[in-house]
Write a protein of this length. Sequence first.
Length: 369
Amino acid sequence: MQPASIPARGNKKFLIFGFLSVIAFYLLFVQQYFIGLEKAFGRHCPPTGGAGIGIAAYRRYTGNHAFDYFMCMLVNVFTTALKPPARAVNVPFILSLPTSWLVLLIETASHFPDRPAYAIGVSTAWGMYAQVFGGGVVFPIFFAFAQSARSKVRANNLTIQAPSGPISKGIVLGTMFAVIPTTLLMVLSPTHTIITMWQPFPIYLAIIQASVLPWYQRELAHTSQKSTLLLRSALIITASIPIIPHFMFLRTILSSPEPLQTLISSLLPYPFEFQYASVEDLMTLGPDAEAIRFLKWDALFIYNAIWLGGAWSWAFSSMQTLRRAIVTSLLGGALFGPGVFMAYPYLIQLQKDEDERITQVGQRKERKN
């Protein structure tokens, strides 16, 4: 017997709520993820810092400061309205997202047992906010939403079901895959080759999950072998979608240690303080320090890709839910892709400027000699 669903009217309200949440949290994400970049250009966006790499690149190439000012004001409005005055819970960087999403996935699955895409959407929005701000305001708001959902369920004589065994196991397994390898990478001070091999990690996870699909024998009883094969392939494709923009960094990282040091060093993630380092400074710090710094910046992107294409792929029990999940993964790619795409030209320009500066310094030294 299939679980009863929430009435269509409630679904529309939920989708509107989720859409507005994604917009608000994306603006907050842009602000915090790229904070401090204005220092490299000698401008300041009060009271919280820069408006992002993309805006900095836009201004650099066009000379137009109006969009920069507009984004500064916009993110500050959302920050003032939504950010708590003090972080109630300052969760360690490496554990904040898996911990938050583990709770939120289980909670949301109990409200929408036949709507996995809804659970993905809510968990993505709130989990991203938890990752950026440490959870200070996430759980109180989500608790209010959960109580509202329970009230609607009771009012319509529906049943709240706990997530099934396979979903729970998938969530726990996804958490282990997210936390353990990343922790080891952080501790072992990896080389550039290891960093590169680590980039497609969500795809590795999806391949493992696709190899044991289907766990839902009952739900897939009437699914043809061809459709099941499509489901397996789609799992891997879905996991790849959010990290496709990220592959442009692989060639740079593989080429030599210098591009990693010159391009990535100025990108420090929240909550770390902004620091622009010259090539001479980077050579003093050493490649291991830069590898760890790169991993900290990169973890936010990869964590979300892991979960979008990972933990909830256990719930893909039909083509209908698969389509919903693919749309949600595309949403994840839309959230994180633009930042990477817009950052890349800026990083290339930054490298060229640094190379030119070093060349000029060398030429001046030669003239003195």
